[in-house]
Write a protein that binds this ligand. Structure first.
Ligand code: ROI
Length: 161
């Protein structure tokens, strides 16, 4: 079994419901165990800013799925939510990002793990630390040590729902 972390995000069509439904779906999956979830957070859109606020959360679980099988599952769930993504970095009904897969580094045409943008995104780092305050990244540093480097506005703009 491997410990995996995923980020969940939505800013269309009842975002909280989208995130909660995806979590229910994951919790029910036979190859996923010990699912733990952060609070749900409201966050200001990062990247393209003229779009609705996001609902974000991070979940941790153990799985015997390979990283690519897990990616397939996450993409299947996104499709079930009729994910629409009209523009790159634009609004979406549901985004499920594989953040960490054990201590593995993966880089192929489908998947880069650890997710390359984690350390820039308060809406990922803060929820992740809520469920794993002592989390050590695969390259061996404490994730909490990067909090001071996150944009202050993003950290302050993050609200527990
Ligand atoms: N911004 C926030 N706040 N939350 C997200 O989940 C999110 N996801 C994205 C982009 C559009 C880059 N910005 C985001 O993919």
């Amino acid at each position: 079994m491997v410990d995996a972390f995923i980020g969940l995000g939505s800013n269309l069509e009842n975002p909280q419901e989208q995130v909660l439904l995806a979590l229910t779906r994951l919790r029910a999956h036979k190859d996923i165990a010990n699912l733990q979830v952060s609070s749900l957070y409201r966050s200001k859109p990062y990247g393209v800013t003229n779009q609705p606020d996001f609902t974000n959360a991070v979940a941790k679980f153990s799985t015997n799925l390979s990283a690519l099988e897990l990616l397939d599952l996450l993409q299947t769930i996104e499709q079930e939510h009729k994910r629409v993504r009209l523009i790159h970095w634009g609004p979406r009904t549901l985004d499920l990002d594989l953040l960490y897969y054990g201590n593995e580094f993966i880089n192929n045409e489908r998947l880069i793990v650890p997710h390359p943008q984690i350390l820039l995104r308060a809406f990922v780092v803060i929820p992740l630390l809520e469920i794993a305050p002592d989390f050590k990244t695969p390259d061996g540093f404490l994730l909490r040590d990067i909090i001071p480097k996150l944009p202050k506005d993003d950290v302050e703009g993050l609200k527990v729902i």
